[in-house]
Write a protein that binds this ligand. Sequence first.
Ligand code: EPU
Length: 335
Amino acid sequence: MIDRFSSYSLLPHNTFGMDVKAAQFIEFTTVEDAISIAKELGGRKHLVIGGGSNLLFMGDYDGVVLHSAIKSVEVVGETDDSVSVRAGSGINWDEFVAYTVAQGWQGLENLSAIPGEVGASAVQNVGAYGVEAGNFIEKVEAISLLDASLNVFTKEECAYAYRDSIFKNSEKGKNVITHVIFKLNKKPDFVLSYGNLKEQCEAMGGVTAENIRAAVCATRAAKLPDPAELGSAGSFFMNPVVDAVKAEELKNIYPEMPIYPAPGGVKLSAGWLIDRCGWKERSAERVGVYRNQALVVVNLGGATGKDVMDFATRIRESVKEKFGVEISPEVNVID
Ligand code: EPU
């Protein structure tokens, strides 16, 4: 089924709570629908959205917004150790995680309570508590918006890296993802490296996928705003990676500064850097940083995309001035 709307409010489709409209909004429920939409698009300006949890609209969108409502889940392969699950791109991410945990399939439990949908997880390579979605993605099925053909991307072709994939680079805007195939564990192989996840689980009676999920949900609820109450796009900035010399220089001045090993250098905590610049105490009229996590820029009510970007620029400049480190947005800014 295909639903088409004109001059459509995107307010329920972006967690930042921007009150903007799309010239056209098209939602579809099957692969065949996605193929006919790709055929009719004909080079028009377009944007594929998921749950809108990582977008910042700068104003009305004068093109076509496409949204998948494909919600099937099926097992497409199984061994003694693993199960391959093909999930529709329009499934709510956390409902999918809850389902996999309930089936006894492990891997995604650390990624509990992340807003958004399955398709976007494969674009954004969502990550939290030591795990990234890309670790478990086997294949991504998409329809090309250039020629309406079926494109199947292997894990390697997806080129997953920190909050990055081929869909944010050479394939940007060229596909609509219909399904993501995840390879999940049937035997326990938990990641407990983050914070006190292990202790939290032990306090709940032991390390199980259910308890990891409960601990992660509780941690996120304490640290991150609920988009239903306070508009945001989760982390506004990415954690910056600097070279070892720069990290050492900063560590000498700020011994308490958190650092993490990362490909290509040392990862710093953008939240910590922003916090130390005093941003939790400062806000603009309609924009601020979240009281429990400075990495999250919040819409205090009625903010525009420009308000948010102006505020974010001031944050970037102050971090650059105090620490000599560039931080860049994680959110996708849509003009
Ligand atoms: N910190 C502060 N002040 C703050 C925020 C953080 O001092 O206001 C310090 C913390 O005390 C901690 C360190 O900075 O020592 C790291 O903070 P946290 O554990 O909250 O993680 P993060 O690096 O700030 C990343 C992800 C989050 C994810 C968490 C947990 C990015 C951009 N963000 O945040 O992802 O939930 O790790 O794994 O990588 C998201 O992408 O929307 C998101 C929420």
